[in-house]
Ligand binder design. Structure first.
Ligand SMILES: [Zn+2]
Length: 238
């Protein structure tokens, strides 16, 4: 019975004919060897493609049966959509050990890939993933009270490197803080429900470059994470 399910986020050659795939599943990352998957004529060839939703059966380190549930064709065929998916995969791959609830993370990943594949604004979905992922690793930004004294009154600004609001009494001119527009966007993308996104999408006003920069700083400050995918794409675009 083929009952397990995962998304192939990485696939590398192994030996003359095999591949090793990394799947993200409801229980986290899983690596499996797929015999013969380098040969296009092999029945296992399709099971080792990146960006597929795979039902699989495994024994030990080996994949012994599979069925591709979704090829995410639009993501694979459009370099811009691919970039957004790769930035999401990269975060999962590098930060998986921080995830508190891998089942929720898996369902969330699937929902994001479906939306990107449906050609719903891929930049927006990528940003929403990167913001909401903070919740999944216990790094929720604090929007409702002062991070220093806990007060809910006279909140002055969102301090990026303190990860939350500061009140008028605790504010510090040295803080790097978000402008009102940046803060409103940040909070909106954090709180928006993905299943309600399509009906609300026209009202979401955001600047990709600005939010990308803020999130890069946040991830770098709290997690020491820098995106290699972004660097590679910048080189390609030069
Ligand atoms: Zn305060």
């Amino acid at each position: 019975m083929i009952e397990n399910e995962g998304i192939v986020i990485k696939s590398i050659d192994y030996g003359d004919s095999n591949k090793i795939i990394t799947l993200f599943t409801i229980s986290g990352l899983k690596s499996l060897t797929v015999k013969g998957a380098q040969k296009p004529s092999s029945h296992t060839f399709n099971f080792a493609k990146e960006f597929i939703l795979l039902k699989y059966e495994d024994r030990g380190k080996y994949l012994i049966g599979g069925k591709v549930e979704n090829y995410y064709t639009n993501i694979v065929n459009d370099i811009k959509l691919t970039k957004s998916a790769l930035r999401i995969f990269e975060i999962i791959n590098m930060l998986v050990e921080h995830i508190n609830d891998t089942k929720t993370a898996y369902e969330f990943l699937k929902q994001c890939l479906d939306l990107i594949n449906q050609k719903i604004d891929h930049n927006l979905i990528e940003l929403i993933f990167r913001i909401k992922f903070l919740y999944l690793i216990g790094l929720s930004p604090n929007f409702n009270s002062c991070v220093r004294c806990g007060s809910k009154e006279e909140l002055a600004y969102f301090s990026l490197f303190d990860g939350g609001m500061k009140c008028n009494h605790c504010k510090d001119i040295k803080d790097y803080h978000l402008t009102n527009f940046e803060f409103e966007t940040f909070r909106l993308l954090y709180l928006v429900k993905l299943d309600k996104l399509i009906e609300k999408i026209d009202a979401i006003n955001y600047q990709y470059d600005e939010m990308n920069l803020i999130l890069n700083m946040f991830y770098s400050h709290f997690l020491g994470f820098e995106s290699s995918v972004e660097k590679i794409y910048k080189k390609i675009n030069k």
